[in-house]
Design a protein around this ligand. Structure first.
Ligand code: URA
Length: 239
């Protein structure tokens, strides 16, 4: 494909891609190239030193703000895909698992269906880490209840790790790590032990942590190392 098209896969518009090429910020096989029409494979291209992933294997992290749906389209409400530039919105990216509309934090969008499947499958037990704020004072009793499996009306949750960060009569903050993700699961677990949630943010999926430099609504491509580590974790061949 043309070099400017390959550079636009990063989410730049075609004219921004051409400006990046003209400014010498694009290298092909290590050499700066200023010919936007040059034919390339995306994996030969680096923009500002960052290698492009192959088309068809895009990996993007989004810091989902409250009020945004974890969906690819919706008639009324903004979705995580709407946070991306138009060139990326057309790329068939799907979210890996879902966060409720009021929940914030890490959403992984990818075109890698195999990886997405393994990250959400209970069989593969990829751990998800959340920061939870709840009503009332959490104690070791709740830590033990989470560790032994909170009993809900329709199932018993798998053992989960609860780490208390701040506790007080007027509310507590804790990190909770789960290896399953049933509907409203974290909210239901906290409600079941008598501490309804007042806020929930996802910080990590498996080995992929939310980049603290990404403010609410911001996104970035995963680095090659991050994408490779996720695939390795799910016992997939190098992508
Ligand atoms: N648990 C919930 O209750 N909601 C989410 O969005 C994710 C986990």
């Amino acid at each position: 494909m043309r070099l400017d098209k390959a550079v636009a896969l990063t989410g730049l518009t075609r004219s921004e891609a051409r400006r990046a090429i003209a400014a010498g910020r694009v290298r092909v096989d290590g050499r700066p190239v200023r010919d936007a029409a040059m034919q390339v494979q995306p994996e030969q291209v680096r923009v500002n030193g960052v290698q492009l992933e192959e088309p068809g294997a895009l990996y993007i992290m989004v810091n989902k703000p409250a009020g945004v749906l974890t969906a690819t389209e919706d008639r009324r409400l903004p979705t995580v895909v709407d946070l991306l530039p138009p060139a990326l919105r057309r790329r068939d990216l799907g979210p890996v698992g879902r966060l409720d509309r009021d929940v914030t934090g890490l959403v992984l969008l990818t075109t890698d269906g195999q990886l997405a499947h393994r990250l959400i499958s209970p069989k593969w037990k990829a751990e998800k880490l959340y920061r939870a704020r709840c009503e009332g004072m959490l104690t070791e009793r709740e830590v033990e209840a989470f560790a032994s499996g909170v009993v809900l009306s329709d199932f018993t949750a798998r053992p989960a790790r609860l780490v208390l960060l701040e506790t007080g009569d007027d509310g507590s903050t804790a990190d909770v790590a789960l290896t399953e993700g049933k509907f409203h699961q974290v909210k239901r677990m906290f409600a079941a032990v008598g501490h309804p949630l007042t806020g929930l943010e996802r910080l990590r999926i498996g080995c992929l942590s939310l980049d603290p430099a990404l403010g609410p609504g911001a996104w970035r491509h995963l680095t090659g190392d991050e994408a490779r580590a996720l695939r390795r974790m799910c016992e997939l061949e190098e992508g």
